[in-house]
Design a protein around this ligand. Structure first.
Ligand code: GDP
Length: 526
């Protein structure tokens, strides 16, 4: 259960919601109206309708073909209801992406856990045999760091799996099991409990493999290990080590099982590989929609998470005219005061007209404008939400707008191996993604998940200690894609490369970290 900002418990009705604000059919500011047969069900005066979910449009439910039908609806309610919470998407999945996903699902069904092909392939891999008779290859994603890091790196690993015809398996510990639904029909993406690949100590590492590769020429398939461990946690050193190079991928192609431990969104690295680049461009003609589509395909909140999301949304956010997401991640609490952060938030939101100024007089506003803005605050600390709420309760806004401030949790610190902690984090990322306007903290992958799922270009708050005198408090991001924090340092010929962004037209340097790379659309390049 969440505890509300005023520290009273929020009651979650046992059956979740039974009426939903239909965003898609409503004429919204700057939003085109979506096709919907309004003759069937007319919204009431508040824009709510009782939607028998069985009649909500099949095309909408399946996100224009991104998702496949046939799942047991009750086991994952969010899969078919989430579209009711979002505005009509301007991003449609390409036919090519849809066909790649259907092919992937077929591969996963044939080679995934509990199949004959899986058992045979795994026995061979365990016995260090590299004969890939069934054509089943695997990539095992292994988690590291917080939930945002995990989600963005899983999305990148899934893209890699599609590009290399590998089956994606995930090592979910107790902390994150139960957050998501199974994404692949009639199969599982969980690495089976009895797999020896929950550990990697007995497996050759990528570093030693590269080292050997350098000393050998004419490598044959027999020289290759059957499993390899890649640790791409991307620190300041260049740990990626030529993963983005064609020749490395040529070598990795014939290794049946890779274990990838990573916390980064390495999609830009994949785009640097010639054959992958071609495929990625075909799958994602709109370059800045990779995470948006893959995220909507993979990450469906479990019923427990969806209960938290939908009830919070219905209780606090649905009735607002505008929803504003405010994500406050404080990376350096020792060197940054709360006041500095609060000043930054106010300066960003007020200067950019995201939130209104306050009346300077102690007067009551007689404005006719009773627009209600709901601000969803996500932060480990209660203070920011509390201050903001008190501010708008104590004084009127100059334009008469009413500002409601809601903070679902305040965990005080990042916790590990704690399932409910991660459940709250996932719920908040998802709720933030339902915002109309999003303000996030620089460098935070928590915010990247929200912006990526929402298809939103957030306002990025600068890190207070990096703010130069007279510089802005926030800047709008270039795209909704997550930033890949650590672009490769070397060209494939071994020469140092500091400006990858200049060599690839759809990469720009991230606004929040100058070594970072980000995919952007054609329009962002104009
Ligand atoms: P990043 O460190 O900001 O890139 O984001 P991560 O999600 O990878 O790691 C931060 C972790 O700290 C989260 O996964 C949560 O466990 C916790 N956390 C940070 N900020 C918040 C917040 O606003 N709400 C909640 N519920 N948890 C948070």
């Amino acid at each position: 259960m969440f505890v509300s900002k005023d520290h009273s418990s929020i009651y979650f009705p046992p059956n979740g919601f039974n009426h939903i604000k239909v965003l898609q059919g409503q004429p919204q500011k700057g939003n085109t109206t979506h096709e919907r047969d309004d003759n069937i069900i007319a919204p009431n005066e508040k824009g709510y309708i009782n939607v028998p979910l069985s009649i909500s449009n099949e095309k909408d439910k399946l996100l224009d073909g991104l998702l496949v039908s046939g799942f047991d609806e009750a086991s994952c309610i969010s899969r078919l209801q989430s579209h009711l919470y979002r505005k009509a998407s301007p991003h449609k999945p390409s036919r090519y992406l849809i066909s790649k996903l259907r092919n992937y699902e077929e591969l996963h069904r044939r080679c995934g856990p509990n199949t004959i092909a899986y058992n045979k392939s795994m026995t061979n891999i365990e016995n260090s045999k590299n004969n890939n008779v069934d054509g089943c290859k695997y990539i095992v994603w292994s988690p590291t760091n917080g939930l945002g890091n995990r989600i963005i790196s899983m999305a990148a690993t899934f893209l890699y799996a599609i590009l290399t015809d590998r089956v994606l398996l995930v090592r979910f510990g107790k902390d994150i099991s139960g957050l998501f639904c199974e994404p692949f029909l009639n199969s599982t993406w969980m690495l089976p409990n009895n797999s020896p690949f929950w550990k990697q100590e007995h497996i050759e590492t990528y570093d030693s493999f590269l080292e050997k590769g350098r000393s050998k020429t004419n490598k044959t398939k027999e020289d290759l290990p059957s499993a390899l461990f890649l640790y791409h946690q991307y620190t300041k050193e260049d740990t990626e080590k030529f993963f983005h190079c064609d020749y490395t991928q040529d070598l990795l192609r014939d290794i049946p099982l890779l274990i990838l431990q990573t916390d980064q969104y390495f999609v830009p690295s994949l785009s640097m590989i010639t054959s992958f680049n071609f495929e990625i461009n075909k799958m994602f003609p709109q370059k800045d929609t990779v995470f948006y589509h893959l995220g909507h395909y993979l990450f469906h909140p479990s019923n427990q998470a969806w209960g938290l999301i939908s009830r919070f949304y219905q209780t606090y956010l649905a009735k607002a005219d505008e929803r504003i997401g405010l994500q406050i991640r404080v990376f350096d609490p020792q060197i940054t005061s709360q006041q500095e952060i609060m000043d930054l938030i106010l300066s960003c939101t007020i200067e950019n007209k995201i939130l209104p100024k306050l009346e300077t007089q102690n007067s009551v506003s007689y404005s006719e404008n009773h627009t209600l803005k709901a601000v969803l605050v996500a932060s480990l600390y209660p203070d920011y939400g509390e201050s903001l709420r008190a501010m708008y309760l104590n004084k009127a806004s100059v334009n008469g707008e009413l500002i409601g401030v809601f903070q679902p949790s305040h965990e005080q610190q990042q916790k590990f191996h704690d399932n409910m902690h991660d459940m709250k984090a996932w719920t908040e990322m998802y709720l933030l993604s339902l915002s109309d306007v999003l303000v996030t903290s620089s460098f935070s992958t928590f915010g990247y998940v929200a912006q990526g799922l929402g298809g939103l270009k957030p306002w990025l708050l600068v890190r207070p200690h990096m703010r130069k005198p007279n510089s802005t408090s926030c800047e709008q991001d270039l795209s909704s894609e997550p930033c890949f924090h650590f672009g490769p340092k070397h060209e494939c010929n071994g020469k140092p490369q500091n400006h990858f962004a200049s060599s690839f037209p759809h990469f720009l340097e991230c606004k929040d970290i100058n070594r970072g790379l980000k995919l952007v659309s054609d329009s962002a390049l104009l």
